[in-house]
Structures are given as structure tokens and as C-alpha cells.
Write a protein that binds this ligand. Sequence first.
Ligand code: NAP
Ligand code: GCO
Length: 266
Amino acid sequence: MKMNDFRLDGKVALVTGASYGIGFAIAEAYAEAGATIVFNDINQELVDKGMASYQEKGIAAHGYVCDVTDEQAVAGLVKKVEEEVGVIDILVNNAGIIRRIPMTEMSAAEFRKVIDVDLNAPFIVSKAVIPGMIKKGHGKIINICSMMSELGRETVSAYAAAKGGLKMLTRNICSEYGEHNIQCNGIGPGYIATPQTAPLREKQPDGSRHPFDQFIISKTPAARWGDPADLQGPAVFLASDASNFVNGHILYVDGGILAYIGKQPQ
Ligand code: NAP
Ligand code: GCO
């Protein structure tokens, strides 16, 4: 093994939904490792916001507006990227939403929307980039899974169903395209401080921590929320030649949550 195996020089990386949050952090690390960054988001305002953030970091990213649930739009995005930037070597299916609603109060439309973004879209985008990867003779697909790929909790039925499905889609892409030197793995972040989890960390009127915030601290051996930067090293590893024989694996980056029953009463 050479330390260069962890580099991404000469690679084109598409990170979906990467104007901010986890996607942005992963793209930033990929740029640091030498990759050319391509990202999309759902509207021009977010893409512009993302472009400004990348420029602030000295990253010459390529940003595109594209709804990842729209198969035609995704096909058009991949074609445009191939024409303007190059064939995609690394895909991170990061774009995602969550709806926290008790199942019996959730409409089928709300359930379908979460499944559409968090599960159907990774299928759609992966299907669009795999042919180019086969032609190139290599490819890396990284699906951003979740604790909810393994565990349930109240109010996140659609999200857990989607992220559980994404774990198995990861394993199936591995099974179907491994012979083309395409590795498909997942990253399962623990509880990470981003806009998506901001409601779970809101200070209470009396200035105390949100009950869920306290709950997560008690369930995490690291006794802290994760930062998007905690995901950068694992994401670079799974996008690099250093992981060419790692396939179909979900790498949990959770501070130990999945290994821990929770802080016992003192
Ligand atoms: P976030 O802050 O909500 O960012 C998600 C990004 O995806 C946003 O830019 C969002 O745009 C974009 N997006 C949503 N729907 C889209 C669509 N149809 N087409 C294109 N872009 C779309 O989330 P995050 O916390 O960074 O999470 C990123 C990924 O990690 C998600 O898949 C999430 O499920 C997963 N994850 C998060 C955590 C955590 O604790 N934060 C833990 C485990 C897994 P909008 O701003 O318009 O919504
Ligand atoms: C929630 C949180 C989690 C995190 C993440 C944990 O409401 O439980 O949003 O789902 O986003 O998926 O891994």
C-alpha cells in the first residue's frame, strides 16, 4: 500500500445535495484529496449558496440545479457533467430529507416523498452514472445511510424504511457491478450537527438542552454529537483506491452508538 492510494487526484466526484451540511463537508475533503467537485441541489438559490461556500474554501466546484428524484433531469445532469467536466468516477448519494411524524398521522404522500428522495433517488442517480463507470473500468458509489438503516425510533417510519432500503440497495449494487471494478459502500453517520438535526438540538425556553439532545448524548459513548468533519476521513477512504477490495459495506461513523446500550443510571 502507498499513501497515494488515499488520494483522489484526477477523479471527478459528484456529491448530491451538497450546498451545505454533510455533502458539503464530504466534497470539501474530496477537493483536498485532489478530486474535481461537482454538486447539485434542488434550486438555483441553494446552488449559488453552495458555489459561494466552495469559492470561500478555494474550491472551483461545478454546481448544477437538479432534483435527484427526476429521472430525466438526472440523465440530463450526468450528460452535461460528462460534456463539461468529465465522466464521473465517484458518486456520493447524499441528498436526503426527513419527516418526523407519527406513522398513524403521516399521509401516504408524505411517506412516498421521503422514500422518493432517500431511496428512489440513489437508485436513479446510480443507474445514470454506472454506465460511464463501466466504460472507464472503475467507479465508487457511496450511499449516505443512517443509524436508521439499523434502528427504528418514533416518528421516522418513512426515513427508517428508506435508509434500511438504501443499505440493501448498496449491497445490491455491489453484487451486480463488482465485476466491473465498481465498489458501492455506505456511510452510516450517527447524530451529526447539521440543519437537518437542528430541531433536535434546540435550546429549551429555560435554557436547558433539548430532551432529545440529552438522550443522544446518553446513547453515544463519545458523549457528543458528530460534526460533518467526522465523516471526511471515512468518505475519502471509501472513494479512494485504498478501499478497492471493500464492497457492500456500511461504515458506521457514529461515535459508538450502535455498540452501546446507553449510559446506565449513576
Ligand atoms: P440537510 O442539511 O438537510 O441537507 C440535505 C441536502 O439535500 C440539502 O441541501 C437539501 O436541499 C438537499 N436535497 C433534498 N432533497 C433534494 C432533491 N430532491 N434533490 C436535490 N437535493 C435535495 O441534511 P444533512 O444533515 O446534511 O444530511 C445529508 C445526508 O446525510 C442525508 O441523506 C441524511 O439523511 C443523512 N444523514 C444525516 C444525519 C445527521 O445527523 N445530520 C445522520 C445520518 C444520515 P434542501 O435544503 O432544499 O432540503
Ligand atoms: C432523527 C435524526 C436521525 C439522523 C440520522 C441518524 O430524527 O432521528 O434526524 O435520523 O438524521 O439519520 O443516523
